[in-house]
Design a protein around this ligand. Sequence first.
Ligand code: HEC
Ligand code: HEC
Length: 431
Amino acid sequence: MGGWAGEVRVRRRVRAMVTLLVIASSAPSAPPMARAQPAIPPPGPLAHPKPLRQVGAPADLTRAVIPPDNRQTPQKIALGEKLFFDGRLSADGTVACATCHDPARAFTDGKPVSIGIEGRAGQRNAPTILNALYNKTQFWDGRVTTLEEQAALPIANPVEMGQPSLEAAVARIAVIREYQDAFQEVFGGRPNGPDLLRAIASYERTQLSFDSPFDHFIAGDTSAIDAAAKRGWELFNTRGRCNKCHALTDAERDVTNFTDHDFHNIGIGIIRHNVVALARQAERLINSGDSAAIDRAAVQTEMSALGRFLITKKESDIASFKTPNLRNVLVTAPYFHDGSQETLWDVVDHYNKGDGFQNPYLDEDIQPLALTEDDIDDLVAFLASLTSGDYREQAVKELARQRALSRTTRPQRDTARAFGPKPPRAPLPRP
Ligand code: HEC
Ligand code: HEC
């Protein structure tokens, strides 16, 4: 490409951006893609530890997920909260956990994929840390199990907080008097890696988020959700087949965390990537057993699309991702591990057409659903009713935004396929 004709086309298209280009060219030291890092969100009221008593909160389970070697104390939680919002844990001081897990956005960042230090983009969408204490595994591919292990990885990931090591982050805060005192008080020693991770994990374990209209409905207040949400809850457990994965078992209705804690290939992103070739490439890396290298591959490279396969090396796990908890899902757009869907209508359209049959690893529970437009609206109403009281006002605005968008753009809608027969699955590739 190029030449005069191409140049004119490009010039016409970017005329509106001329001012921006002028600004960029007058600052030659800035790398072309670098964006200024936004300010770290402050720890406002939405960041504080949540009460254990909330309508719908599973009291026994909440106690059971506190590990015996990291008991909750108010001082430890306060230290963890401070660390969660402290940019000094990152290589250039600009990025904190809260940058990508902003309490005002239900501990997400609202971006398709996260942006770390120096404007570096990752490959995956930031999940919420609300209710992460109940996760059996952490990350979209479940590559670690505990919140303590999890917290170490973003600190040392080059596109997230960018420290050369956890120890480098510890060194940065170990010189601060306030932290020396807090670590002494809580752990009886100087700041160190394992205790820093314990404090952050303790803070995260205070972020339980229930008390949604749906919880009030289940607790007996029949007027807490409207008729559409009630129909949506029925569909979720019947024709919508959502309970095949978003429930502990499909034999019994599950009102707690809406996940089977398992991994499935539901056809996200599989069309954009040649996963078979990627899988061959990944095998060498996995065999090396280097967990930092696997973390970099998951966050930074195209191999990210392989999902759970990067961890297990099982062919059937290619492009499988963890079933996410659906609580607060309305206020954590965009959706899926790659942030590829903008609205809950797009998500349901995806399921409705049973996308991904050209993909040999597609989960057997994915199939055309024949949901009508009214059914889709009802499912969205149900999902919206899972928003905790803390985000009530935000939910009203977000639902209006998504509804307006869904009235004009429905990129995933394919009614013919949704009402068509289940197509034959693509054959497995020859080895
Ligand atoms: C640059 C953005 C960014 C920063 C900074 C960041 N995270 Fe994340 N976080 C993500 C992304 C993206 C994922 C998903 C990555 C994946 O699945 O591979 C994630 C995943 C998680 C999860 C797993 C949740 C789940 O449901 O599986 C937890 C918990 C978490 N982060 C906590 C933290 C903590 C604690 C810090 C600070 C030490 C932190 N994050 C810093 C972007 C970020
Ligand atoms: C075969 C298992 C399976 C079935 C059936 C299923 N889901 Fe999912 N769901 C998943 C998995 C796995 C993901 C994450 C996939 C990814 O990001 O690649 C997901 C993601 C989602 C998300 C996005 C959440 C987020 O935080 O990004 C929503 C919303 C959702 N599902 C709702 C539904 C609804 C509604 C139904 C029924 C119409 C349904 N799911 C049926 C397994 C399933």
